[in-house]
Design a protein around this ligand. Structure first.
Ligand code: AMP
Length: 281
């Protein structure tokens, strides 16, 4: 596996790969890799002749009071883990190289962002869309792999790919969880011991909601109210949101039907966690 730090070098490599008709499987990440990231890379390895990942903590997608500075980083560890799943190239640009000057063009995501994290983190998906347009241009992937853990991101990126006619196929991969159900996340390291014990209730509340819907309850408000009650009973953190929408459109539902997402975000003392489940009725 080769580490590539400069955009120029990555661009030259992309041109070589394209000339050789390689299929490029690409996994964008912010690093501090875990099994969730690795499942995306394994899938990319199965489906492409070359696998490229990027590790870039994108300043544009963090709000002023968010965790950009404290976001966990460990490139040596990432390098070792990426090697174990057969990644060919790890692209590791600096923020200065990615954003040398103030940009001429501003990207604003209009749809699918007025709910969930998009509503709670203004500008977040504008930053995600901006960095992905740059990374897609530099790496020119055949297939790109995203996790459904960030389901709103998948919904926004599929719109981005369509709107800008990127010749890229988006593959959405199921959430990888700890044995107790907690969704794997780089941010889990910031849970206290007590909070770590509580955190599985996030997934528990999602499963309970799904069971009630499958059993016949169709009123979104009744479901989200019950979820909030369960969470408030078992976790010390505060609920940021618990919401149900159509997926991937992320539109409000009077009655739960079709393909839906139940999603939640919870703030613990040092970390905010998200989780969701998506299913079709
Ligand atoms: P991040 O480094 O958090 O930006 O994540 C990079 C990619 O890995 C995104 O597409 C995430 O959705 C995906 N990812 C993160 N956690 C998980 C997980 N537990 N299971 C599956 N994919 C994940």
């Amino acid at each position: 596996m080769k580490i590539i730090r400069s955009i120029d070098e990555m661009t030259r490599l992309t041109a070589d790969l394209k000339r050789n008709n390689e299929t490029i499987g690409y996994v964008p990440t912010m690093g501090y890799l875990h099994e969730g990231h690795l499942s995306l890379m394994k899938k990319a390895r199965e489906e492409n002749s070359v696998v490229v990942i990027s590790v870039f903590v994108n300043p544009l997608q963090f709000g002023p009071n968010e965790d950009y500075d404290s976001y966990p980083r460990d490139i040596e560890r990432d390098e070792l883990l990426a090697k174990t799943v057969g990644v060919d190239y790890l692209f590791y640009p600096s923020a200065l190289d990615m954003y040398p000057d103030e940009m001429t063009v501003e990207i604003k995501v209009k749809k699918r962002v007025n709910v969930l994290c998009g509503r709670k983190r203004p500008g977040h998906f504008d930053g995600v869309a901006t960095v992905l347009i740059k990374l897609f241009s530099i790496i020119q992937p055949t297939n790109v792999y995203f996790g459904l853990k960030d389901a709103q991101q998948v919904a926004v990126v599929s719109g981005l790919i369509k709107d800008f006619n990127f010749p890229i196929c988006l593959c959405a991969i199921e959430t990888v969880r700890e044995e107790d159900g907690l969704a794997k996340s780089s941010r889990n390291v910031y849970l206290t011991e007590e909070e770590r014990k509580e955190a599985p209730y996030l997934y528990q509340s999602l499963l309970k909601a799904k069971n009630e819907i499958v059993a016949g309850e169709r009123n979104p408000e009744i479901i989200t109210t019950k979820m909030k009650e369960l969470l408030q009973e078992f976790i010390s953190g505060s609920i940021d949101y618990v919401e149900i929408y159509s997926y991937p459109e992320l539109e409000e539902l009077q009655v739960i039907e079709g393909k839906v997402i139940i999603a939640l975000a919870v703030r613990f003392s040092k970390v905010r966690l998200i989780d969701n489940i998506i299913f079709e009725l």
